[in-house]
Write a new protein. Structure first.
Length: 148
């Protein structure tokens, strides 16, 4: 099971670095990706991003409020990026009120997901020296949608 989080539904929780914003997931994880695109590198200020795709309606903010910044995507759409206004931790990408998948930024989860079998996307932009497990599926660019 790729990207499996072995916790019962409703008990998957997370929050920002300072603790001002807390959230709970009231549903299943659809899919988890590691994304090596340049936007994820900039966003995380690190080598890659962890995108835990869920249904936006399943994300329940239980404490605090997020601020939202928007950026254009390659195909001319707009991606909403939600973050803690106090510490700046990025928490979610996508329209929390819409029907499209939303990405929880994986490092914000209280219990990190098992990443050993997840797909790696945008490997064309992978930083040299970062190793991808031999069993992982890889995508040169974007696999299907743009909420990574
Ligand atoms: Zn915070
Ligand atoms: Zn990305």
């Amino acid at each position: 099971m790729t990207g499996a989080i072995s916790q019962p539904e409703g008990s998957i929780t997370g929050g920002c670095q300072c603790g001002a914003v807390r959230y709970r997931l009231d549903g299943q994880v659809v899919k988890t990706y590691i994304c090596h695109c340049r936007e994820c590198q900039k966003q995380s200020a690190s080598a890659f991003g962890i995108s835990v795709r869920v249904h936006g309606a399943d994300v329940i903010i239980t404490q605090g409020q997020v601020k939202t910044w928007q950026r254009p995507t390659d195909s001319g759409r707009v991606l909403a990026c939600h973050f803690c206004p106090e510490c700046g931790s990025r928490l979610f990408h996508g329209d929390l009120a819409g029907d499209d998948p939303v990405s929880i930024k994986g490092g914000s989860l209280d219990v990190m997901p098992d990443l050993s079998g997840v797909d790696h996307i945008w490997v064309a932009r992978k930083v040299r020296g970062i190793a991808i497990p031999a069993e992982a599926r890889t995508h040169f660019g974007e696999p299907d949608d743009e909420t990574a």
